[in-house]
Design a protein around this ligand. Structure first.
Ligand SMILES: [Zn+2]
Length: 324
């Protein structure tokens, strides 16, 4: 997917700049070499595009191809979920901000709407869940997660296009462990090389916050006395050949990693059950999605896993053979 997007982007830049694809690739590699590989191929391609005077304005993109910093781009997608409208105050005036999740065949993205006319369309349900829309003049913003921002020059119209199979996953860049930085949300393909028996802690069933005990009663700061829920925390070391990293996963994600049901989570407290699962887990290669954060206490980076899936070997072979 990454590869395909990069190729597509390079092709697009080459066409718009009227230069050969090889020339663009050469410039991208030069740029990356000069920046000591600190920049992704896509990021370098954007810089090359800017140097060549290429703009992506009014170009149509698939959601997975959108890159932070692109301006005035066009996208067609299906509205998956409309989120509640929020209010904010600027200059003493109350304003509204709308948002929804948009998806196409390649990925999903959060759309943030500032334009009052478009917010009106969402309020009166002209734009609602399951409709396919064409968005024009939108900007791609964000620090880690990409967002599509619709300001006053943006427009949105219902579209007749059919989008059969939407991909609901957010598109995250794939990275090597030696290249990760705190704050990034990424995909990593790595082996589990060590795993520690999960720790359990109690949370409020209403809000998920940790509870404290007063006179043997479980108390949530927000919800008072509650019947606590036990949550598990799994800590592992993952390795992709370039480096290793401490990775942690919570409750539901642990089920995906260990391939167990939610009912079996508490059984991880039993040594036999855990050792059994651990021996199956060690040496497994998976694609982990999540967020890199700095653990201040231990002064090290760690990876908070939000999703995990096994490497689809057949898909991988297909991808590799295409790149030959
Ligand atoms: Zn609570």
């Amino acid at each position: 997917m990454i590869k395909a997007n990069y190729e597509e982007l390079v092709k697009r830049i080459a066409e718009l700049a009227n230069v050969s694809v090889d020339e663009i690739k050469k410039r991208v590699e030069e740029k990356r070499a000069r920046l000591s590989g600190l920049i992704s191929a896509e990021g370098a391609a954007q810089l090359v595009a800017a140097e060549l005077g290429v703009s992506f304005e009014n170009q149509r993109f698939k959601i997975a191809q959108l890159l932070i910093g692109m301006k005035k781009v066009n996208v067609v997608g299906k509205v998956i979920e409309v989120y509640p409208i929020k209010k904010y105050i600027r200059g003493g005036q109350e304003n509204e901000i709308a948002s929804f999740l948009l998806a196409d065949e390649t990925a999903s993205i959060k759309v943030v709407v500032w334009d009052t006319n478009i917010i009106e369309k969402i309020k009166n349900k002209e734009i609602k869940e399951n409709c396919v829309v064409e968005i024009k003049n939108a900007d791609v913003r964000g620090t880690t997660a990409k967002e599509l921002h619709l300001g006053s020059r943006a427009s949105i119209e219902l579209s007749d296009e059919k989008i059969e199979k939407v991909v609901l996953e957010e598109f995250l860049p794939e990275k090597k462990l030696c290249d990760v930085n705190a704050g990034e949300r990424i995909n990593v393909r790595a082996f589990v090389v060590q795993a520690f028996q999960p720790a359990f802690f109690s949370v409020c069933p209403e809000c998920g916050l940790r509870i404290s005990y007063e006179n043997d009663k479980a108390v949530c700061v927000k919800h008072g006395t509650v019947v606590p829920e036990k949550r598990a925390l799994l800590s592992m070391i993952i390795d992709d050949g370039t480096d290793n990293l401490r990775a942690i996963a919570f409750h539901e994600v642990i089920c995906k990693i260990l391939k167990i049901s939610k009912e079996d989570i508490l059984k991880l407290q039993e040594s036999d059950f855990w050792l059994d699962k651990k021996s199956e887990l060690l040496g497994t290669e998976m694609i982990f999605s999540g967020r890199v954060r700095k653990n201040v206490l231990f002064d090290r980076l760690e990876f908070v896993i939000e999703n995990a899936r096994e490497v689809d070997v057949e898909k991988l072979i297909e991808k590799l053979s295409k790149n030959l």
